[in-house]
Each structure stands twice: as structure tokens, then as C-alpha cells.
Design a binder for this molecule. Sequence first.
Ligand code: 3PG
Length: 389
Amino acid sequence: MNIRSFENIDVRGKFVLLRDDFNVQIIDGKIKDSFRITQSMPTIRKLSESGAKVAIVAHFGRPNGVRDMGLSLAPIAEYMKIPFIPDCLDKDFMQDMKNGDVVLLENVRFYSGEEEDCPKFSAKLANGFDVFINDAFAVSHRAHASTVGVTKILPSYAGELLLSEIKQLTKIIENPKRPLLSIVAGGKVSTKIGVLKSLAKLSDKLIVDGAIGTTFAFANGANVGNSLYEPNMKDTALEIMEFAKQNDCELFIPIDKGVGKVFSKDADRVNKPLSEIQDDDIIMDSGIETTKRNIEIINSVKTVLWNGTFGMAEWNDKWGYASFEIARAIAKQTRAGELESIVGGGDTVALLEKIDIKDDITYISTGGGAFLEFIEGLSLPGIKALEIA
Ligand code: 3PG
């Protein structure tokens, strides 16, 4: 993939429209996970130090074209200590900008033209700028005005973060150290069918867990009680198991689970083999034996690709047991130089941050959906728009 890089262009005195992804967790106006912001800083700094006048365009949440102040980017500007422009189509601020200045524009999704990739909206957004730089890997799977539309109007380039995501993830897909283990957990088989199949082709071993693993266990004949799973995905799960077998990929489903009688962080936790799960049991984490087995697998491979948490890790240690144990095992092997670890997805990255082991992971992607689509081998429109023909 040959992408136009921002590194060789002269931006001094130029108005640069920079696309970043600041879709981070904000609770009560406070940033809870700054990873995407931190990872965006090198490009912002480089542009500023090179004398560009930078306006960052970004989205937050899904306001569906409505000006919803609960989804304002103002807290991000405050956190970054940069001026905030309360309307992304406002141009008045440009006349006061000096070389090196950086501002943040209000949520671009307050306009319906953004998600519709409306050419008129793109023209308004691009108006007054000399150059467009996309550094928002995490939203590059969306064909929106601020990821694709503006590239048809302005000379457009990839920023440092976008280039680094492409390089690191391509390396893993094209030339992984083997054996390669992929771990896919989290919510729904239905949203991850494509990636499960691609990973079954790419990997030597594949662990499915979380609610996805529960659906696979159900498909395999287990009673999964009153848990979150997708009964209508039974045939798809069986098909993926067969697909893995045909592609010489060993697929591992859970063998036990942590269950409770109410869906609550305060529920009493009992560990049960799948065969003992009752109709009123609710699965809220993976089990102790499954976790032991998974750690043995981790210790036997050279590369791990991980997306999705195993249970309700956001609640507490009791229900985050499997996720935390797996994260620590991956970190330990990586620290020892035995493993290359690649992690992607908002919940999974937040988990690493919570137990402070981000530095022990080889590569953490800022992408959630974009990370999955990239490793699935799909062409991401925001990246495709920057390819040299
Ligand atoms: C993300 O958080 O994965 C990106 O910012 C994309 O957000 P979206 O799924 O709302 O388009």
C-alpha cells in the first residue's frame, strides 16, 4: 500500500485541516481514556513546529446530525489546552491564526452532511484550507465528509499515527512470528463473522470467549442459562468452527464460566463447568479452568492478536478476573521478550490502562471497528482516499 505521507510536504504558513479521532470515554465532562489523544500528539506537534496553522476536525459519539451539547468536543479542547471553535464550519478564527497555532473544531457530526459524505458539506468544511491530513485511523473505516469527501477537494496526506497503524498492522498480517494466536472476545458473533473467518485463515490458534464464546459454546451443545448470547448465530458459529478446521486453525471455546444469579456487579460469583450451568445462571465472565488453559496457549505462541474483553471487566476484579489474568499473562510474556502482542478495541485498551500494563504490549491500535476491518483485510475508505494511484 502506497500512501501519501505528510512528512515531505512544506506546511509553513499553510492552513491545515487535520482529522483526528478523539472519540474517547468522557464521564461527567472528564476524559477517562486519553490514549487516542496521546497517540495523535506527535503529528499535531510536528505540524505546529513546522509552522502550520492547524484546525483539528473530529467527532464525538453519534449525534446524528443534531447539535447535541452533551456530545460537544469542548472538554477535549480544555484537556489539550487549545482554543475551541464552537462550529466546525466557522472560518472567522482563521484570520487571527499565526504559524504554529492549533485549534479544535466542534463535533463535525453535528452536521448530517458529515456522515452522508455530502459534497456541499465537504466543500464548506474544506473552504479556506490549503492541505488536509488524515491521522484518524480509528474512523478511517467510515466514508464520511471529513475522511473521504475533503480528499476530493484538498491535497491530502496521511499523518504519523495513520502511517504507523498501517505499518504495524500490515506487518502482523503479512509476516507474523508463528505460532500466531488470535483472541476474539466481547459481544456479538454477528458483528465479527468476517473478522473471525479472516483470523481463522491467518492464525494457528483462535480463542473465542466473552459473549461470543458463549454463543460458540451454545452452538456446541452447552446450556448457557440466562446469559447474553445469540441463539440465531448457532449455524454461523458451527460454520466458523468447520472453516477453522479446514484452514488448520485450532479453535478454542470456553470450558467453564463465572456465573451469578442476577446481572449485577454485586452478584455472588460461582465458577461452573459448562455442563453444570442451570437455566437461571447468568454468565458474566470466563471461567478459571478456561483462563488457565488460555494462559498455557499464550505461553506457547510467538504472536498474540487480541480484541474484546472476556466478561464484565468494567465492573470490578470479580467479573474482570479472566480479562485481567489474560492481559497480565500477555504482558508478562511480552516483557520477557517471548511474545509480540497486538491489542485493539476501545474496551480492551481501557482494560490495559486500568491495570497499567499498556507499556508491556508490543503494539496497541487506536482503532476499534477500524482495527477489526483492517485485520479482516477490508479496504478502509479513509485510507484508500490517500493511496497513490
Ligand atoms: C470508534 O470509536 O470506533 C470510532 O471513533 C468510530 O466511531 P463510530 O463507530 O461512531 O463511527
